[in-house]
Ligand binder design. Sequence first.
Ligand SMILES: NC(=O)c1ccc[n+]([C@@H]2O[C@H](COP(=O)([O-])OP(=O)(O)OC[C@H]3O[C@@H](n4cnc5c(N)ncnc54)[C@H](O)[C@@H]3O)[C@@H](O)[C@H]2O)c1
Length: 436
Amino acid sequence: MTITRRSFLKKTSFAVASGMAMPAYLRGAVPGVSANDKINVALIGCRGMGWSDLYDFLQSKEVECLALCDIDKSILNSRAKDLADIRQTKFDLYDDYRRVLDRKDIDAVIIGTPDHWHCLQFVDACKAGKDVYVEKPVSNSIAECDVMVAAANKYNRVVQVGMQQRSTSSWKELMRYLDSGVLGKISRIHVFANFNYAAINNILPDSEVPEGVDFETWLGPAPKRTFNSQRFHGLWRMFWDYGGGLLTDWGVHLLDMALWTQKINGMPRSIQVNGGNFLYPNGMHETFDTLSVMYQFDDYIFSWENNAGIESGPYGKNYGLAFIGQNGTVVANRESWEVYPEKDKIPAKTIKGDNKEHRLHVLDFLYCMKTRNQKTACPIETGSLSAKYAHLGNISARMRGISLQYGNNNHQFNVSEANKFIKPSYRAPWEFPEIG
Ligand SMILES: NC(=O)c1ccc[n+]([C@@H]2O[C@H](COP(=O)([O-])OP(=O)(O)OC[C@H]3O[C@@H](n4cnc5c(N)ncnc54)[C@H](O)[C@@H]3O)[C@@H](O)[C@H]2O)c1
């Protein structure tokens, strides 16, 4: 029997929405395709999200992990133990991702490295004929987004970006709800994220590189500097050379929901920003603890707000989106979405989220890898668009809040000084990837 992606997703959404225990197809084989057909994967960047992704891949019996790659030996060895606990099959350990890509027996790689590494590893993987599950944000700059789209298309690779809300039944139900027009005219979409971790107030001096860490390779194409533990594992997000703070960390997930509902596939007319390290001016973080971005469209307001170092927020939530319409407001995040009616114009309701989205997202990727005739739930074009929205906001903020326009056709800003932020200069021997 052939199962289309639509019917597969319908089936999985039903199971998730009805609150059943995790059904067999979430644990076992990829539905609709032969279980004998093995998929060999490798993980590049094993500490945090990369490992979570691999764990979900390994819930499918036909997936084998042939290689783990990391520049930190202690992480690599500890993940090797974790993997050996799950699977008895042989796998190899690497500290250079290019040796992983040399292997002809690997079908797909999972990229779970910090953001400044995604583009190069992604493009090299595409060139090596691998399918790619790449974590979000797809890259740390606008130009990298573009080259990744070009690489995936040129080398015809199946790509899933780790923006797992795209595979969540409750979000899809929200899309249908908003599509139905029940809110009336939507005049404002407000996206917000307030998290403590994004303010780094524990100031530590630079120190020796920990034993077993290849810090030179961790820096990779980013500028050379001495080691500091507050800029390393996990915390790199708050430093411009490696990440973009809450706007790229949470923003890509949440802005994508707004772009999805509004069917936006280009850049906004212009953006206006105000932000800085107003809450914690003496913190170590470079990315802004306080930031407001207005993405300008003709007939509604689309805005982002983040506060780092606090965790209370609008509507009693520390992160989410509010869709404000004539008949009511919908407030959504991963936990739930809720309708707050305007007077009694529409019924109130609450839909709980599920926490199966990662597994469903991985299954969708495996399904598309096997069938090779459909786009994944979050292809590189989709991941790139929300990443670009995040980068636009950060660039304007780094330009002291100057209002900017970014040309959909010429790929330049209207203010030439801002163009220096479009493409990072890679530190030798790494070179910015070109797609001929
Ligand atoms: N989808 C989600 O919900 C979600 C959640 C968390 C993180 N993420 C994304 O996952 C990615 C990783 O985040 P994290 O929090 O796990 O980071 P992390 O710092 O905890 O882990 C990154 C790992 O990559 C390794 N690494 C760095 N450079 C490498 C290289 N050149 N080759 C091989 N390994 C290398 C590091 O040693 C480390 O083990 C980020 O892009 C992040 O935005 C996504």
